[in-house]
Design a protein. Structure first.
Length: 405
């Protein structure tokens, strides 16, 4: 534990120095410092609290279905939602499903002890990968009901290494480990952790909830109507390099493309449009009476991509030529076969979509064109496979909720 705490204090010092130069880190550090006092001020006498922790925005989306079930059916509880990353906190700090949203103070022994003793939660849910040893120790010492959800374990993790005894001990904090697959259950049993249950990934519940409440987008609908439409989600420049020649060639044949870049700053939009020789329009420029006689619609705003997918036949998901692909399930839930780049192997759902026929991975322009052409020509069969894959994996949030409340 000494080495772990030493690392935490070194990290704390580095963050302190960086905060003088980076406003985002400075804001995060301020939020961490204020968190415990905020909880002390907001917590009323006799209140019952549930604490849900998500590292960042992606983990929040996994935890959100459970949060909303607790919020809807257990009004006697208040919910604290904490984030480690600014990208999660800043985007969701006004989320209405939680009663209080804060940063999680850095995992020093003092912070962990004060945080847990101040909040005094009855139940704690940690989403996926957060194993802060001092917090888990404080929860264990206070005998607080603690769970991890949507976790996935791999042999490369410290728990399964010769030096991992301290990390193995932290796993004993959890009353139940709700993991994504049977492989994780089997792996945990090799180190004596026998209270893991494979219930699946709560992201399937989340994308299903999103689809059921999707916004209608009349301008997008008008653009896609009576055309074969490819929706490109969260694209980066390497993705667009492959896609631009395809749509430039096929636009005259009636194929249309909706492109939602991962970043929508003007310079990124200009970079994208410089690759297009066909007609295009920006979503923010469209009006109710706008003509739609163009070939590419560029979504130069954020927050509507999950609803845009409902108007497409085939999806291309970006990020596969970088650190990894973005969310394939938001497209697949609409019955869209999915194409993506080569860096997908750490995403279980992407591998399984390929196995069931709902997706193809590509590594160059020719493979990209062939995959898009194939899914356009054989759309109905593969659309059904993608839709059925998502439908067969929903329900993890309901299982966790019913077993823990």
């Amino acid at each position: 534990m000494f080495i772990y705490n030493l690392f935490i204090y070194i990290y704390k010092s580095a963050i302190c120095i960086l905060s003088f130069f980076n406003p985002t880190i400075r804001s995060m550090r301020k939020g961490e410092r204020l968190a415990i006092n905020t909880i002390a001020r907001m917590r009323g006498k006799g209140e019952r609290w549930v604490w849900v922790h998500a590292a960042s925005l992606g983990e929040f989306e996994q935890g959100r279905p459970l949060i909303e079930r607790i919020h809807a059916h257990n009004t006697e509880y208040k919910i604290l939602l904490t984030f480690f990353s600014p990208s999660g906190f800043e985007i969701r700090k006004n989320y209405q499903g939680a009663d209080l949203i804060t940063y999680l103070p850095l995992d020093t022994p003092r912070n962990a002890r004060l945080f847990v003793e101040t909040l005094r939660p009855e139940k704690v849910y940690i989403v996926k990968y957060e194993f802060w040893l001092n917090y888990l120790s404080a929860l264990r010492k206070n005998n607080i009901e603690t769970y991890i959800i949507s976790a996935i374990f791999r042999p490369s993790q410290p728990f399964f290494k010769w030096y991992g005894s301290i990390f193995r001990r932290c796993l004993t904090t959890f009353r139940t480990l709700y993991v994504q697959n049977d492989e994780s259950v089997a792996l945990l049993r090799t180190i004596g952790i026998n209270n893991a249950v494979a219930v699946g990934d709560t992201r399937f519940d989340r994308v299903t909830d999103i689809a059921s409440s999707a916004c209608l987008l009349p301008l997008v609908s008008q653009f896609a109507e009576n055309h074969i439409t490819i929706v490109v989600g969260s694209s980066w420049d390497p993705d667009e390099q492959l896609l631009a020649p395809y749509i430039n060639r096929h636009a005259a044949g009636g194929i249309r493309m909706i492109i939602a870049p991962h970043h929508v700053e003007p310079e990124r939009i200009a970079q994208l449009t410089s690759r297009l020789t066909c007609r295009y329009a920006l979503y923010t420029d469209l009006k109710e009476d706008s003509e739609t006689d163009f070939d590419v619609l560029i979504i130069n705003t954020i927050g509507i991509l999950s609803s845009v997918y409902q108007y497409g036949k085939v999806a291309y998901i970006g990020g596969g030529f970088g650190v990894g692909i973005h969310n394939t399930l938001e497209a697949a839930v609409w019955g869209m076969p999915v194409v993506f780049g080569p860096n997908y192997h750490k995403f279980r759902e992407a591998c399984e979509l390929i196995e069931c026929g709902g997706a193809k991975a590509i590594s160059n322009e020719q493979e990209c064109a062939e995959a898009l052409d194939y899914f356009i020509s054989n759309n109905s069969r593969h659309a059904e496979l993608a839709r059925d894959y998502v439908a067969s994996h929903i329900g993890a949030s309901d299982i966790i909720y019913k077993e823990t409340f």
